[in-house]
Design a protein around this ligand. Structure first.
Ligand code: FAD
Length: 342
């Protein structure tokens, strides 16, 4: 029985786990460790603390499929559409700049349902609040430790967190990363921004002709989504859920501010855009230090192999590009090298 650890329960990690289960011929124990309290990574869907049925997408908002990826990733789209995990976006988005041939999709149950779908298929044992801090090489196995001091051995490890978080890992991994690989990982950059989710009373109505709106010239807010309207969800139990995304300059300026202060500022700004909104019944503020990749690892086909025997590989959107198709491409690249070397 080979023991495999996937670090990171985002789209790349969950898809890698599902593909590993499907495509390996040997017996496999699959573990998934994530430092967060829920699965989804940057495709997290948050629940209202008052009613878990009321949700809001705090990361990815919709998936844009170009004609190229309609062909290259056809099987992934078809599978998710057939299971009702994705459906075409039909509600109006004001200010959206689309290219000819593009097609947009939403996840009716929120984007983290994609991750949950792949994790279920993988049969991986998921451990949340497991922050990997150290990776050592011992007896030809990876000895992986978390911030709580627990340590386990694995035959194969896949790292799918943002590149700066890979570079934070301590232990033998520090010396196993070659100087060239370190330079490649160091060069990966990300934008930073805030996302604020707001949940309203059941009978509250927001009377605007759009479901989402881009604001091109606003100093602090760049995107608003009436999330239930975006996903065409009608529920007698939930009121509207709103998502506000900050601009990157606002995100960078307030990286060290408290979430309470940021939330206050963002709600004040929202009031100037949608005046007269009542008090929300609940709010969730998410700081994305690593939001979208602005500069991916160059000249690498979707992954960087850090060690061959035992196998240690890293991937994610930082190794391709920062969207759904970037994660699928990275997961496919990881599977390609895995099949070649193990
Ligand atoms: P992640 O989702 O970041 O997963 C990595 C996981 O690793 C995380 O869950 C993290 O908790 C975990 N982790 C990190 N360090 C450790 C550690 N030491 N130990 C254990 N676990 C660790 N894409 C689109 O297609 N459409 C969009 O509209 C869109 N909008 C976006 C808006 C925002 C605000 C953001 C943030 C992203 C958006 N994206 C969008 C990009 C998309 O969400 C990402 O490309 C994708 O989710 C990245 O997935 P991943 O699995 O590679 O990484």
């Amino acid at each position: 029985m080979s023991r495999v650890l996937v670090v990171g329960a985002g789209l790349t990690g969950s898809l890698c786990a599902a593909l590993l289960r499907k495509e390996t011929t040997f017996p496999l124990y699959l573990a998934m460790w994530d430092k967060a309290g829920d699965t989804g990574g940057r495709m997290i869907t948050a629940n209202s603390p008052h009613n878990p049925r009321c949700t809001v997408d705090l990361g990815a908002q919709y998936i844009t499929r170009s004609p190229r990826y309609a062909k290259e990733h056809q099987q992934f789209y078809e599978e998710l559409l057939a299971h009702g995990i994705l459906k075409p976006l039909t509600s109006p988005i004001e200010g959206m700049k689309g290219k000819e041939g593009d097609c947009n999709f939403v996840a009716p149950q929120g984007f983290s349902s994609i991750i949950k779908y792949y994790l279920k298929k993988s049969g991986a044992e998921v451990f949340l609040k497991h922050c990997v801090t150290r990776i050592n090489l011992k007896d030809n196995k990876w000895e992986v430790s978390t911030d709580t001091g627990s340590t386990e051995q694995f035959d194969l490890v896949l790292l799918t967190m943002p590149a700066p978080q890979i570079l934070e890992l301590q232990g033998d991994i520090v010396n196993l990363i070659s100087e060239r690989q370190r330079q490649q990982l160091t060069a990966v950059s990300y934008s930073s921004r805030y996302a604020l989710g707001l949940f309203y009373e059941v009978d509250m109505k927001i009377d605007v002709p759009w479901s989402c709106r881009y604001l091109s010239n606003h100093p602090s807010i760049c995107f608003i989504s009436i999330d239930n309207k975006k996903r065409n969800i009608e529920s007698s139990e939930c009121g509207p859920s709103l998502l506000i995304q900050s601009t990157v300059p606002f995100g960078v300026q307030h990286l060290k501010s408290s979430e309470a202060d940021v939330q206050k500022l963002m709600i004040q700004q929202l009031e100037t855009i949608l005046p007269g909104l009542p008090q929300p019944v609940a709010t969730i503020c998410q700081k994305w230090i690593y939001s979208q990749v602005t500069n991916p690892v160059s000249n690498t086909p979707g992954q960087v192999t850090l060690h061959l025997k035992p196998f240690l590989v890293c991937g994610g959107d930082g190794f391709t590009h920062s969207n759904f198709d970037g994660c699928i491409s990275s997961a496919l690249s990881i599977m390609k090298v895995l099949k070649r070397y193990i």
